[in-house]
Design a protein around this ligand. Sequence first.
Ligand code: ADP
Length: 242
Amino acid sequence: MISLENLTFHYDREASAVLQDVTLAFYEGSHTALIGPNGCGKTTLLKHLNGLLVPNTGRISVDGMTTTDTASLREIRRRVGMVFQNPDSQIVGMTVEEDVAFGPGNLALPPAEIRRRVDACLERTGMKGLETRAPHTLSGGEKRLLAIAGVLAMAPRYIALDEPTAYLDLPGQRRILEIIRQLQGEGLGIIHISHDLHDIAGADRIVLMDRGAVLIEGTSSEVFRRTDLLESVGIDLPRGWR
Ligand code: ADP
């Protein structure tokens, strides 16, 4: 479990808090969606889950390890994989297979195990056959899949995805959503930022944020029923959903 207790965070001490007293939990095998208007703090919250940012007050623990404990950070980062909005920011290899091998290479695993993981993760993401391609020549959708493969090669327990279907065509979006479903089925905890309510309608839990705080969390029917709250933050339910 990843638990956030009374999390408060400022980028700049002079500015107002970007996250305000956030208490939440994310579970293995469960798909949680984070929604809310632009700038409400979703990405900032995500970056706290693997210690890229640490709270000013409050505490985050990942399977019992605290993100402010530097001795645990390596293991926390292995357990909580991050797929950022811009896949270019995550590319580290000259070829697809080198890129996927980078993470397990840092875990000092035997070469045969690294090879096994690279093959398995390219298979799981439908990227087989692209091993020798230079990542910068891939399509936007393929780059996202590459980022997911790279994260999966670390054998994480959770995967946090920031708008993973943004700017993709419909087949690309479907492919990513199918992989998310498959990963959840394999027992991973999914934390999924999205502005597309269709993408997250099947999530186990939806967290609606506004101005750095949680407005409501619940099942999709509980949250989508609260049209007053959704409208108050500028989210329109698709036609026919009310
Ligand atoms: P969301 O993901 O919901 O769009 P963000 O977490 O990206 O929201 O941003 C929340 C707030 O924090 C916004 O006001 C944004 O301008 C600010 N912010 C985001 N990143 C930084 C940063 N690196 N430095 C200062 N302020 C930031």
